[in-house]
Design a protein around this ligand. Structure first.
Ligand SMILES: [Zn+2]
Length: 465
């Protein structure tokens, strides 16, 4: 009796997975492309655009797809910063799966581009347009997935919540942060899939599938020296500019210790295959022993690995003096730090103060402190990503990553909700165009991402009922 029940349950589970593995039919691809076009052609920049318009377009699609009004929310802190949250109901066996993508895009000037940034152009095997990669591919793919799950009445073991947010790139009304603060029950969940991952390829060769599991924390510090000033024809030994400059030279020499976490250790082990023999050996050696001085020295010479293994601080701006013929009354520098998870902004401030060793150089934290959560990778989610990656990208390893920049995953992780950057959309690591000119995504890579995310959502939500 028990055995047969298990067999029946297994049978239904297998058929749910088999259904997911049949892949994405042409009609779904066409729909994704159509939503993609609508989103790219809706200006959602901070200066002249509106995410509210984009949210309305998606809401109309969802309503037409039979999702009840009660399960679609359009909300935001201001008229042009609309967010969209939509829910499909599951059995509630597990906490909701949140599919998160931001609707807003970085500014794009027509005269800077070789094509119109607000027209989706398919040319030479690419989709061109602002937001094609960051982040309207995921927004349209997630919307298409939600519509298909609703249309096919797919039994789900958990709710699926689509969150399309505002203000990730610019502006101070960050949609994800605002939604978590003001409408937590709407966007609460057990797991978030977001941007920040994707596949790395080089000249068409697929290297690794990145699964972003952690981020460094961005923090600015103001170094400030003030002085009474005076006439520049009568210099004194005290000078705000010299004092600040001396302090900055000590910041230049400040090197934070090497520290690995679960994510960066796994990254060094698994991503070594993408590197030259020498760097690969250093990556493996450091993963095995974070105190290996030769490996640390070698990796520290590569800016991207240096940033991976330690907190970094660097001077980025200076403002000093008020006239060419006056002694400076003030000198201020901005020092931008990227802090490893698990460390606080106050700790880094203390390290700066110690390194500068001059009480006349004031070190102020520029923003309210948000310390990053510790880095970790959930074994079950990693297994699901690996199993789907093996189907869609056989032979391409999954590599957990920590990014030195920030995404909205930060706000979810701080709220205690695990978030991962994973998309299955591959792009060339030597040709990064997100935020830049002529942003584009390979047509093949876009549909592969759709295939990958459809299967992954199936894996994470399939219900035995
Ligand atoms: Zn983005």
């Amino acid at each position: 009796m028990k055995t047969s029940l298990v067999l029946v349950v297994l049978g239904v589970l297998v058929s749910a997975q088999a259904r997911a593995q049949q892949g994405v039919p042409e009609s779904e691809r066409t729909l994704a492309r159509e939503i993609y076009r609508e989103l790219v052609e809706t200006d959602t920049t901070h200066s002249s655009g509106s995410t509210t318009r984009a949210a309305e377009l998606v809401a109309a699609r969802l309503r037409a797809g039979g999702i009840p009004d009660a399960d679609i929310a359009q909300l935001g802190p201001s008229a042009t910063k609309g967010n969209l949250v939509a829910r499909l109901h599951g059995s509630g066996t597990e906490k909701p799966l949140v599919l998160l993508a931001h609707l807003d895009v970085v500014e794009a000037k027509r005269e800077d581009w070789s094509v119109d940034p607000f027209v989706l152009l398919e040319q030479d095997g690419y989709f061109y347009g602002r937001g094609t990669l960051d982040d309207k591919a995921m927004a349209s793919i997630f919307t298409t997935i939600l519509l298909r799950l609703a249309r096919e009445h797919t039994p789900l073991r958990r709710d699926v919540v689509l969150v399309l947010s505002a203000d990730e790139e610019a502006g101070d009304e960050n949609g994800a942060e605002w939604l978590l603060r003001e409408h937590r029950p709407l966007v609460d969940g057990g797991l978030v899939l977001n941007e920040g991952g994707g596949g790395w390829m080089r000249q068409g060769r697929y290297l690794v599938l990145a699964m972003q599991a952690s981020e460094k924390t961005y923090m600015d510090y103001a170094l400030r020296v003030t002085d009474k000033g005076g006439h520049s024809s009568l210099p004194t030994p005290e000078n705000a500019i010299y004092r600040l400059a001396a302090g900055l030279l000590r910041v230049q020499k400040l090197v934070f210790p090497v520290e690995l976490n679960e994510v960066t250790r796994a990254f060094l082990q698994r991503a070594a295959i993408t590197e030259s023999k020498e760097i690969a050996a250093a990556m493996r050696a450091l993963a095995a022993n974070a105190k290996d001085p030769a490996a640390a020295r070698r990796l520290s010479q590569e800016p991207r690995y240096n940033a991976l293994i330690r907190t970094t601080c660097v001077a980025t701006e200076v403002q000093a003096g008020h006239a060419r013929n006056a002694l400076p009354q003030s000198a201020v520098a901005n020092v931008n730090c990227r802090i490893l998870p698990g460390h606080s902004a106050a700790e880094v401030r203390a390290a700066l103060v110690t390194a500068i060793a001059d009480s006349k150089v004031e070190v102020a934290l520029d923003e309210k402190e948000i310390a990053g959560p510790p880095a970790s990778v959930d074994a079950e989610v990693l297994r699901a990503v690996e199993s789907v990656a093996a189907q869609v990208f056989p032979g391409v390893p999954v590599v957990p990553t920590m990014s030195s920049g920030a995404t909205d995953s930060k706000y979810f992780r701080l709220a205690g909700i695990p978030a991962y950057g994973v998309s299955g959309i591959f792009s060339d690591i030597d040709d990064v165009r997100a935020h830049g000119r002529d942003e584009r995504v390979g047509v093949k890579q876009f549909y592969e991402g759709q295939e990958f995310l459809w299967r992954l959502v199936g894996e994470l939500t399939a219900s035995p009922q």
